[in-house]
Structures are given as structure tokens and as C-alpha cells.
Design a protein around this ligand. Structure first.
Ligand code: C2E
Ligand code: MG
Ligand code: MG
Ligand code: MG
Length: 292
């Protein structure tokens, strides 16, 4: 019986692996033509100053709508794009879109908002990437400090010696540099001290447990103390409730983003959101207080 079971388990495993591989191949095939067919677009999620409620910037998040596959989430296609190097071209498209948006905001009431752009390690380690971004910024005549480059903790801790040089160059050029999903990878604290980072983003998995889980509060507090003593600022990601927002504000967290504040929005919705909120998050500090 156990033999039979083992065999079944094997074949199920085998079939699911084959299905997975077939799906990856299919995704990669459609990714190749996604840019020319204009299947990508960006959504922007507001980031607020938790102490004042004022919007300080947005994070750009890519979306892919393919006529055959439908909406494929970035967690699914970005890893495939990274393995096939298609991420380089996709990343250039993302940079072009973000910088076009910054240039459209120039001279409007939105012209102090920054855009945080996710950059994968394959892109970041490509020697042409930074000069490509720099040139786009120059051509658009936009201040470099309005673009924040967001790297995951894993990317930051990969090739640390090369990264120190890259980070210094990025910061010398005036760009912001933030560490995404902080606390989920492993960071060497001695390197963190040497890296000229501007922002740490507390991963959603810790924000989820606030305020009920003692351990998550301890981790968030430790990240805040560490970041502030190294002159970095902190964004809490994935804020879904009023209680989380208020607790993080009390902990002296600098910035926040999450569904409680706003979902990622298309540019038209975002500008409408800014107008109706007067560039402040209206439910701040308490929705109820404003409407009684
Ligand atoms: P991330 O950079 O950590 O982005 C945060 C993710 O959390 C986004 O998912 C966002 O929509 C989602 N999110 C924001 N607030 C909340 C909340 O309150 N609750 C919940 N449950 N989720 C929230 P999304 O857009 O699906 O992106 C997933 C990941 O894909 C991103 O994680 C990032 O690693 C990657 N990604 C997205 N856009 C790009 C891009 O343009 N380039 C690259 N290289 N990667 C990207
Ligand atoms: Mg991010
Ligand atoms: Mg994140
Ligand atoms: Mg993530």
C-alpha cells in the first residue's frame, strides 16, 4: 500500500511540476511581446507622513493584462522575467513611465511627490541601468531626489562590496534608496552601517501582527530604533487598519502605506484621490472625528 501511495504522490508531484513548467513557458512567451502590445501599466500607491497625514509620494506597482492569460500578478511574472532577463527591458519601461509621470507633475500641485520604483537585482546589477535612469531624468529635467530606488533586502545583501560603490553613486546622484520587505531576509548589521540608505520599509508580515502580537511590536520597534540611529527613515507597508496606523504613529514611524490609506490607483484615480483629500489622508487621525 505504501508503495502505491508513494507512486501516486510521485505522479501528482510530477504532473504538478510539469504543469508549473508549462505555465512558466507560456508566461515567458507572452511576456516577450507584452511591451510592444502595451499590456503593462502602472498603479500608484500613496505613501503618507504618519505624523502629519500628508501625502509624500507614491510607490509604482506594475500590472500586466494579457488577452490570453488575463491579469497576471507581479509576484508571478517578475521572477520569470528575472530568469529570462526580460526584466531588463521591462524595468526600462517602468523607469520610462515613472519618469514621464514625474515630468508631467512638474509645475503642478503634485510636483513635490516622489515616486518609489521597484528595481530587481538583475536590473540593479546591470551596469547600464543607472546611467539609463540618469539620462531619462536629465532629459525630463526632473530632480533626482524625486525618484526613490527600491531594492529588496536580498538584493541589498547580495554582492555587498560592489553594492557599497553602487549605493554611493546612486546617493551621490541624489536618488533616494530604500530597502523593501525589511526584516524578511537577513541583513548584516555591520554592512547596514556602511550603506548610504535613505529608507527601510518594515515588511507587511510584521505590520499584520500590530497591535496584538508582542513579537511584531518588538521587531517594528527594533527596526525603527536601528533606522533612526543610522539616520534612515522608515515606511511601514501593508497598513490595513486604523489601529495599525495609530500604533505605528505612536511608535514614531515616519511614513506609511497600505489599503487602509489607499489601494494602488491608476493615475486618474490617484489625482482625484489627492484632490478630494487635499494632499492629506482625510481619515487621519480618525475618520469618525472628521465627520461628527
Ligand atoms: P512590494 O514592492 O513589496 O509591494 C507591496 C505589495 O503589497 C504590492 O503588491 C501592493 O499592491 C501590496 N499591498 C500594498 N498595501 C497592501 C495592504 O494593505 N494589504 C495587502 N494585502 N497588500 C498590500 P503587488 O502590486 O502585487 O506587487 C508585488 C511585488 O511585485 C512587489 O512587492 C514587488 O516586489 C514586485 N513588483 C511590483 N511592481 C514591480 C516593478 O515595477 N518592478 C519590479 N522589479 N518588481 C515589481
Ligand atoms: Mg516595493
Ligand atoms: Mg514590500
Ligand atoms: Mg514584497
Amino acid at each position: 500500500r505504501s508503495k502505491e501511495l508513494g507512486k501516486n504522490t510521485y505522479s501528482i508531484y510530477h504532473e504538478s511540476m510539469e504543469a508549473d513548467l508549462a505555465q512558466r513557458i507560456l508566461i515567458e512567451k507572452h511576456l516577450r511581446t507584452a511591451i510592444q502590445n502595451k499590456e503593462f501599466f502602472l498603479l500608484y500607491q500613496p505613501q503618507i507622513n504618519l505624523q502629519s497625514g500628508k501625502v509624500v509620494g507614491v510607490e509604482a506597482l506594475i500590472r500586466w493584462n494579457n488577452p490570453i492569460l488575463g491579469f497576471v500578478p507581479p509576484d508571478k511574472f517578475i521572477p520569470i522575467a528575472e530568469e529570462s532577463n526580460l526584466i531588463l527591458r521591462i524595468g526600462e519601461w517602468v523607469a520610462q513611465e515613472c519618469i514621464k509621470q514625474l515630468s508631467e507633475w512638474k509645475g503642478t500641485r503634485f510636483d513635490s511627490l516622489h515616486i518609489a520604483m521597484n528595481v530587481s537585482s538583475v536590473q540593479f546589477e546591470n551596469p547600464h541601468f543607472l546611467s539609463f535612469v540618469n539620462k531619462l531624468m536629465q532629459n525630463a529635467n526632473v530632480h533626482n531626489h524625486l525618484l526613490e530606488i527600491e531594492l529588496t533586502e536580498r538584493t541589498v545583501m547580495n554582492n555587498v562590496t560592489e553594492n557599497i560603490a553602487r549605493f554611493n553613486k546612486i546617493r551621490a546622484n541624489g536618488f533616494g534608496l530604500s530597502v523593501d520587505d525589511f526584516g524578511t531576509g537577513y541583513s548584516s548589521l555591520s554592512y547596514l552601517k556602511k550603506f548610504p540608505l535613505s529608507v527601510l520599509k518594515i515588511d507587511k508580515s510584521f505590520v499584520d501582527g500590530i497591535p496584538q502580537e508582542e513579537e511584531d511590536i518588538s521587531i517594528a520597534t527594533a527596526i525603527l530604533n536601528l533606522a533612526h540611529s543610522l539616520k534612515m527613515r522608515v515606511v511601514a507597508e501593508g497598513i490595513e487598519t486604523k489601529e495599525q496606523l495609530e500604533y505605528l504613529k505612536e511608535l514614531n514611524c515616519d511614513f506609511g502605506q497600505g489599503y487602509y490609506i489607499s489601494h494602488p490607483l491608476a493615475i486618474i484615480e490617484l489625482e482625484r484621490w489627492f484632490h478630494t483629500n487635499d494632499c492629506y489622508f482625510h481619515a487621519f487621525p480618525l475618520k469618525e472625528e472628521l465627520h461628527v
